[in-house]
Design a protein around this ligand. Sequence first.
Ligand code: BGC
Length: 740
Amino acid sequence: MNISDLSLAEAVSLGSGVSFNGTASAGDIPSVNLTDGPNGVRKQSGDSDAIGLAPSLPATCFPPLTAMAQTWDVELVHRVGAALGDESQAADVQVLLGPGINIKRSPLGGRNFEYLSEDPHVSGVLGAAYVRGLQSRGVGASVKHYALNNQERDRMRVSADVDPRPMREVYLRGFQRVVQDAHPWTVMASYNRVNGVSVSEDPFLLTQVLRDEWGFDGVVVSDWGAVRDRVAAVIAGLDLQMPYDGGSGNAAAVAAVEAGELDRGIVDRAAERVARLAEVATKARRVDDTVDFDAHHALAQEAASRAIVLLQNENDTLPLAPRGSIAVIGPFAEAPRIQGGGSAHVNPTRVDVPLAAIRSAAPEAEITYAPGFTVDGNGAHPSLVADAVAHAKSADVAVVFLGLADGQESEGFDRDDIELPAEQVSLLEAVATAQPRTVVVLFHGGVLRLASIASLVPAILDGNLLGQAAAGAIADVLFGVITPSGKLTETVPVRFEDTPAFLDFPGEYQHVRYSEGLFVGYRWYDARDLPVTYPFGHGLSYTSFAYTDAAARQAGDTAVISVRVTNTGSRPGREVVQAYVSVPESAQVRVPRALAGFASVELAPGESREVEITLDRRDLEYWDVRIDRFVLEPGTYEIALGSSSRDLRAFVDVALTGDAVRIPLTLDSTIGELMADPVASALVAKTMPSRSMEQTDNALGVDLQRMMESVPLGHSIAMAGGAVTAEQLQQLLDAANSTS
Ligand code: BGC
């Protein structure tokens, strides 16, 4: 279909939904269906309503992305993406609305459970794996929420006021990687504003960065209801306004073209992109496919078991022997919390029950159950506590399920705090006093403050939000059928007050200032040398690993790192090897350590293997605000290889040639900058009168040379008392700038 054959009204209509999920058809261009996402297909049953609240058809509820990230498993995330693609095909869905790539800036972020990490490398690499997996089944992804939509409070108006370096290096990085490495069919423009401009009307984000710099060639779709000014949006580079707005956006666009305020070519360009999406998606349609929901349930369990993080395990409390007596406590053991609320909420095909899974994993054990507390928010119930304590006391071990209830974490609002409900903490205190061998299993989407419970019990499993097959995964890890290998992708702070955005979240009067700059997540705790309860990248195993023989070499713009990892314990296990980079001699502001790569290795007891990690240029460079581009700084890069960001076990340096960047010198450049430029300083030595500063040192009581370093050249003319003229200086600068 040639778009120019369409009438103006038809071309415009392609740029808007016709329902909550469907796009328009025009000529022979078919309609497509875009449906949530991300960790299950949320296809509304019957006729969809206008705001997407209708019940949805049963679908596999895979672990939400917060848990998928804890697997650090690219291949597994790809497989889950492919399974989501198959379920989308069977439901006649052409675009699944995910994954969420936003950075977890504050632990209060209401949708943190939908996002992957506080780190852009993890978000980008795993986000790309998800997109590749999904799209391998002929279903498009919608990478969201582009960009800087890192809070729910005031999400439709708030302006994320952010400096260029954190924007480029932290908040856009994950999106860039997914776009460049996985070529998503669509990107979703978020509700919020960035530096004062509505994202859906922002040519900088939607065209300059996304298309011109990153080469995105798909459809930019608005978040649902994000567009207020359709004409401005289309001009900025937005192709598809969702959902159907009653036709007012189309009418405004038609009127603007007729009034000569909107170029028909711009309308056609957007229509062309939507038409291409429809064509590709329609060719790939396989509506007759059926889904093997049992196989997907098994995959959801595999993913869940990889996502569980063993936070602590004193005295080898875990794994449990499947014998003796076990007191299982907490209502989540009967009704696990498996997902968050909002548009990501899936109607699961089934939900396994932890208590039942524990019983079937340990048929010979005597398993008792006591609720201990309720999740209705009505505080402690002394009789429930007393009963749970009695169970715990008479058992060999207690397993206590704690967490946040459904409805406490959702799209649309942020959390008020990072605390476990007080009645759960007091129940645990009572149980742990009665039974020193107490294991805690946690269900939650956003990070919890765990310092108070970490000192009460020997063992804690982070069950996060594990999807519909959580139960079997937890039982397998509790009894050692599976050795845990998940690692945190978000730091667990000691105190909420320690968190990076504490003083600037969620902002006020429609602005939130990203005052922590580059120091997001572990970068912040490391820079301030703050203690944390569990660091980024942390996760224990039932076996142990040694790191030796680290080596590094430059290969073009990348650094290739290798390290030998040996399983020094007595069980088979999987280790996620993390590579952190520091540039101690950098001339720029740098974070102490940034994750630049990771790889996992499965090892039998005693087995040893060399693990190789290639560090991409994108994980080594910094954004230079003087020249508006990324620069790979020449120099020595220190690589620390570790089992977490604070358990660094092998170190190696690599020298990188990097980019030669010379910033043109002007009269606003300082004397220090002039002298740091090799060409200019040589010219100065040759041509400028030299006056010793030493004689005057003592009179002023200062190190005059150091003081002068920050004086701009233009200002130095007067201070030189006529020894140098502006013309002479300008000639010198011109000569320096024109010499390479
Ligand atoms: C959410 C998106 C979602 C869309 C469609 C919006 O409210 O922010 O993540 O994909 O609704 O349901």
